[in-house]
Design a protein around this ligand. Structure first.
Ligand SMILES: [Zn+2]
Length: 80
């Protein structure tokens, strides 16, 4: 199915079957968008009313989020 990246608005093909790991960068089109979004979470720029994908994440995905969160912080450091 098609999915629109909530970070950059790009529409991309999203393939996922229930019971399998989510696409690596879900719900974003790329690692860059995912890292950018995570850096916003870290900075608490997101309102609580934004539906978070946490409930559909596996433990593996949560670990990946933690890794990407660190990546996002590094990106912010480089911009500064
Ligand atoms: Zn994107």
């Amino acid at each position: 199915m098609e999915h629109t990246c909530s970070m950059c608005g790009t529409t991309y093909d999203f393939v996922w079957k229930e019971g399998t790991p989510l696409p690596k960068n879900f719900p974003f089109c790329s690692a860059r968008c995912k890292a950018t979004d995570l850096s916003k979470w870290i900075n608490e720029e997101y309102a609580i009313n934004t539906p978070l994908p946490e409930t559909i994440l596996s433990d593996t995905e949560r670990e990946l989020l933690a890794e990407l969160a660190e990546l996002g912080l590094r990106i912010e450091d480089e911009k500064a």
